[in-house]
Design a protein around this ligand. Structure first.
Ligand SMILES: C[S@@+](CC[C@H](N)C(=O)[O-])C[C@H]1O[C@@H](n2cnc3c(N)ncnc32)[C@H](O)[C@@H]1O
Length: 270
């Protein structure tokens, strides 16, 4: 039986190894969450200590990919939490088109396989068409740490389960009729993807809207607080931050935002 102290040392060493070798900054994520994910992979490989699992990673590089897959939780959907998208449609889309800047910059941070940024582009397109506005003003950027998810996002071809929260109207407007579902060309053309690590890289600036949902919940409190301040700096005055239902805005950044929809955690940069 390994002692708890040795197990703690073993965890710290493994976390450092993963960060050093694969650039996944374990120390900024909630430790409980990282431990749980690693434990799943350890069980799958039938090993009992962090040290042994480190040896598995050395022998089998494919296991590294499986581990990173487990650590970056890539679950997403089109219009995931439809009430949040209803708030965006109601409170943000018209306000963005009313802005004077020629380009409208929208950033979906931690976008996984792209459903969130495409959903945002669809709402912007529907409004532009209905109101006679120029959709070409819209630039949506989707970023994520995970390359495989981004490759799927670039393909822009999806299967039924991920369309589950999409209304019939939006399905008809923006997806091909038969599976696998392709996204409407005009919408696709305004969305681009980039590999980006929220913890280590500079943020794209001068944004009108930042949507970061179901991502920072995995980070520790200090990291979350820093990210809120960095989001505030990346937004134009009057721009919006959407965190969605599971996140809470706290720390010094609170004074840089006014609440727009408290339930859906929509804020305006002031
Ligand atoms: C659960 S998905 C959220 C997808 C989408 N925002 C949604 O709410 O449906 C979380 C995503 O955050 C990404 N992620 C985790 N750590 C990250 C980091 N440091 N920088 C950028 N993306 C990260 C993961 O790769 C994963 O795709």
């Amino acid at each position: 039986m390994t002692s708890p102290q040795l197990e703690d040392d073993g965890f710290a060493a493994l976390a450092e190894k993963i960060t050093r070798e694969r650039g996944f900054g374990c120390a900024s994520y909630k430790e409980k969450c990282v431990r749980r994910r690693i434990a799943v992979r350890m069980r799958a490989r039938g090993v009992h200590t962090f040290e042994e699992y480190g040896q598995v990673l050395d022998r089998d590089r494919h296991e590294y990919d499986l581990l990173l897959d487990a650590l970056t939780i890539n679950v997403t959907k089109f219009f995931r939490n439809p009430e949040t998208f209803a708030a965006i449609d109601r409170e943000i889309v018209p306000a963005l088109f009313a802005r004077v800047e020629p380009q409208l910059r929208i950033w979906s941070a931690g976008c996984a396989s792209g459903e969130e940024p495409y959903s945002l582009a669809m709402l912007m397109h529907r409004y532009a068409i209905a109101q006679g506005k120029r959709f070409e003003r819209v630039d949506v950027l989707g970023t994520d740490l995970d390359r495989a998810s981004l490759a799927a996002a670039d393909r822009a071809v999806y299967l039924e389960p991920t369309l589950g929260d999409t209304s019939d109207e939006l399905r008809q407007m923006y997806f091909s009729m038969q599976p696998p579902y392709r996204i409407h060309r005009e919408v696709r053309a305004r969305v681009r993807f980039l590999r980006h690590d929220l913890l280590r890289e500079p943020f794209p600036e001068v944004q009108h809207l930042i949507v970061c949902r179901n991502v920072i919940i995995y980070f520790d409190r200090d990291t979350q607080e820093q990210l809120f301040e960095r989001f505030a700096s990346a937004l134009l005055l009057g721009g919006f931050l959407v965190l969605g239902r599971v996140e809470t805005l706290f720390g010094p950044a609170r004074s840089m935002f006014a609440p727009v929809d408290s339930r859906e955690r929509v804020f305006r940069r002031v």
